[in-house]
Write a protein that binds this ligand. Structure first.
Ligand code: DAK
Length: 257
């Protein structure tokens, strides 16, 4: 891998993907996103990994898609390169992904963080969709996910002006789960990952899938989907283990079956 670093830590079952183009503020070029996609597909199949963390470095999570790679492209070039299929595959990851964000999360970087399931931010994090300043608009979900996260008025302001949202504001608007001092953001993310990794991975996967459904369906359909996944947990050894452990007053050990 040229543009990412991957660390797998099986005790607890966590994998860390670090975006690694520091000089370019982790600008997301085509190859970097393909490396992320390939890694996520492998991690999704690896039973030893239960939670995935994606991070950048202190200065930047990612300052956007690589403007230098896009600048001279035509609409048809963009259509044929079809980077969206890579992003769509990333979105299909079944295991929970937590973004650990410090510094800039802009444009595609903000969209990438929002594609993750949760965000832990350092106090220095800055979120934004500044595409308007370079004559374009968000293309990887920014107009949809940011609006759902922060509401219409704030999303309009951010996307139409390109202004940045501080970590504190991002927390206020519900875009991020928690804001911590910069020296703590990775540690805090690992703590959250550990807690999730101690749960039944089957139940975690089914819950993630059901939550994501709420963005795509009306309530009736979403509730029916949730109900099916709820029934499905009763087919798992983990549900038996979890409920028996509660009754026997002991800690459950989840096998992922
Ligand atoms: N692309 C390429 N290079 C970038 C970059 C980017 N997005 N952001 C920063 N860099 C590079 C800079 O060019 C500079 O490189 P050198 O000049 O040293 O070679 C280096 O990183 C350091 O940046 P600065 O010197 O500018 O650092 P400052 O601290 O002064 O400023 C900044 C930091 C983050 C405010 C500034 O770099 C900046 O405004 N960056 C651009 C932010 C931006 O406009 N982002 C949105 C880009 S458009 C798609 C998926 C997604 C998207 C599109 C398509 N498909 C699936 C098809 C998303 C589009 C975008 O994200």
């Amino acid at each position: 891998m040229e543009f990412i670093k991957v660390t797998e830590q099986y005790q607890p079952a966590i994998a860390l993907i670090q975006l690694n183009r520091p000089k370019e503020l982790n600008a997301l070029n085509k190859q970097l996103m393909e490396e992320v996609r390939d890694t996520l597909q492998l991690l999704d199949k690896n039973d030893a990994v239960r939670v995935i963390i994606i991070t950048g470095d202190e200065r930047a999570f990612a300052a956007g898609a690589d403007i230098k790679q896009m600048a001279d492209k035509s609409a048809i070039d963009m259509l044929l390169i079809d980077q969206f299929s890579t992003w769509d595959q990333i979105r299909k990851t079944k295991k929970p992904i937590i973004a650990a964000v410090s510094g800039f999360a802009l444009g595609g970087g903000c969209e990438f963080a929002m594609m993750c399931d949760m965000i832990i931010a350092s106090e220095t994090a800055k979120f934004g969709q500044p595409e308007i300043k370079i004559g374009t608009i968000p293309g990887a979900g920014g107009t949809q996910r940011l609006t759902k996260a922060v509401g219409k008025a704030k999303a309009m302001e951010l996307i139409l002006t390109g202004r940045f949202l501080s970590a504190e504001e991002a927390h206020f608007y519900g875009l991020v789960n928690k804001v911590v001092p910069v020296e703590m953001y990775l540690h805090e993310t690992v703590e959250l990952a550990k807690e999730i990794a101690s749960m039944s991975p089957v139940a975690v996967q089914l819950a993630k899938e059901a939550i994501n459904r709420s963005f795509e369906t009306q309530l009736d359909e979403g509730l029916a989907f949730e109900r099916k996944n709820f029934y499905l947990t009763f087919a798992s050894a983990d549900q038996k283990e979890g409920m028996n452990a509660f009754i026997e007053k002991r800690k459950p050990t989840f096998s992922g079956r």
